[in-house]
Every structure is written in C-alpha cells, then in structure tokens.
Design a protein around this ligand. Structure first.
Ligand SMILES: Nc1ncnc2c1ncn2[C@@H]1O[C@H](COP(=O)(O)OP(=O)(O)OP(=O)(O)O)[C@@H](O)[C@H]1O
Ligand SMILES: [Mg+2]
Length: 243
C-alpha cells in the first residue's frame, strides 16, 4: 500500500510542483496517473522512494512513513521503471538485471534463473541478449531490460514513469498485457504514469488525474470516462480516432 497524506513539494520558491496530495494506492491495486506535462506526476512518483522529499505531509509505504526508512533499502524494495531507463552503461544486460538480487544476497543460480525468465518475458532471448551492453541495444530493447531489472527482486511495489514510451505498438500491447496480468497475479501495488488514455483505462483499477500540482479526480475507468469532473479530465481521457 502507498499513501499520500497532505503531501506538498515546492522545488524553488514558487508554485508547488505537488500540492496537498491525498491519495491511497491499496494493496494489489494499479493506479494510473495522468495529466498534462509539468503537472507533477514524476515528482509524485519520486516521493514514494524518496528520490524527492516532500516539504509537508507524509508518504507511507506498507504503513510506514518513508522518512523513517533507510532510503537505500527503501529503493531496493521498490521496482522503478523510468523512461530514460538509467541502465549501468558499463555493465552487461545480465549484470544490470541481477544488480538488486545480488545486493540482496541471492545466490548465483537463483539470480540467473530469474534473469532468464524475465528476459524471455520481455521478449529478449537470453542467449542473444544477456551478454550485451546497453549501447548495443535499441531504445525499446533497453526499455524492456529496464522492466526486467525493475521486476528482478520481485518487489511488491512498482513505480513506472511512462514505461511503454519507446515501444512499437505490437511490443507495447504485448508487454502491457503481460505486465498487467503479472501485476494482478502477483498482487503488485502499482503507480504508473501514462499519457495514453487507452493504457490508463486498460491497466488502471483507478485513474488519478492531476492538474498544476493538484489532484483533480480519482476514480475507476468507468467513473472517469462516465463522469469526468472537468473539461480537462474529459479531454485527457479522450481516445482519438483517426480522421
Ligand atoms: N529537480 C527540479 N528542480 C526544479 N523544478 C523541478 C524539478 N523537477 C521538476 N520540477 C518542476 O516541477 C513541476 C512538475 O514536474 P514533474 O516532473 O513532476 O512533471 P510531470 O507531470 O512528470 O511532467 P511530464 O509529463 O512532462 O513528465 C514542473 O513545473 C517542473 O518544471
Ligand atoms: Mg514526468
């Protein structure tokens, strides 16, 4: 479970990036975070693993304030997928994926088994890709390795920032379906950012819409589509048909 209680973050003196946020992501729930560029989505995500610390309010993970946890072990316990993936460039794909399990003391056999299963899940044949370096991969392949790395230590909480951005429609649909059923099956608690209404509607148990640092509506896909609280919500959730 992830809880935001009256959370505010202002970077420099000025408009808060996130203001008075109250939001709860229940155990095993998937919440999609949507909103226009700069509205505070990434900031919200980063406050969960303490990459950003709030000025006011409290963020709780599994019932405990993140400010009372060791930031390093907090981060190791949460899977984090970002668009600018952040793989270690001098480490092979295998080492990148095994990084957290290794830090957690998994023995080599278990790590390799897990790594290969994840590589297959994201559609990269281990024998061809495990020994490559990140710069030998395409952007979409790196993104898929990023997924595998985030899931490696089997975290119960996943944060994903536009995770399907650099993928072609086929890979995107496949990974989305795969990840969705994996998260449901394993009861992962997920907060993910997307600009794609289809993705939010398909994956989210609930959708949270932000505008200028404030949460303007939270609800099930049906509620958000059926009773959008504002014109902005309606527009953000409009699925564009080709002309
Ligand atoms: N490290 C930082 N220092 C100063 N201001 C920042 C920093 N990070 C974000 N901001 C500002 O805070 C606001 C919210 O940024 P944030 O990255 O959370 O937006 P976002 O909703 O993720 O946008 P996008 O959809 O473009 O990724 C923006 O106005 C941004 O300029
Ligand atoms: Mg962002």
């Amino acid at each position: 479970m992830i809880e935001f209680r009256g959370v505010t973050k202002t970077y420099n003196a000025g408009q808060p990036a996130v203001e008075d946020l109250d939001l709860e992501i229940g155990e095993g729930e998937i919440v999609a975070l949507v909103g226009t560029s700069g509205c505070g989505k990434t900031t919200t995500l980063k406050m969960v693993n303490r990459m950003v610390e709030p000025d006011r309010g409290e963020v709780r993970v599994q019932g405990k304030s993140v400010m009372e946890m060791d930031p390093i072990s907090l981060r190791r316990s949460i899977g984090y997928v970002i668009q600018e993936i952040g793989l270690f460039p001098h480490w092979r794909v295998a080492a990148n994926i095994e990084a957290v399990p290794k830090l957690l003391g998994w023995e080599a056999g278990r790590r390799m088994e897990r790594r290969d299963a994840l590589l297959r899940m994201v559609g990269l044949e281990p024998s061809a890709y495990a020994s490559k370096y990140p710069d030998e991969l395409s952007g979409g392949q790196r993104q898929r390795v990023g997924f595998a790395r985030a899931l490696a230590a089997d975290p119960s909480i996943l944060l994903m920032d536009e995770p399907f951005g650099a993928l072609d429609p086929i890979t995107r649909r496949r990974l989305r379906a795969e990840l969705g059923s994996l998260c449901r099956q394993l009861k992962k608690t997920v907060l993910f950012v997307t600009h794609d209404p289809v993705e939010a509607l398909l994956l989210g148990d609930r959708i949270a819409v932000m505008d200028a640092g404030r949460l303007c509506q939270v609800g099930t896909p049906r509620q958000i589509r059926g009773q959008p609280a504002s014109e902005l919500v309606r527009e953000l959730m409009t699925i564009e048909a080709p002309a």
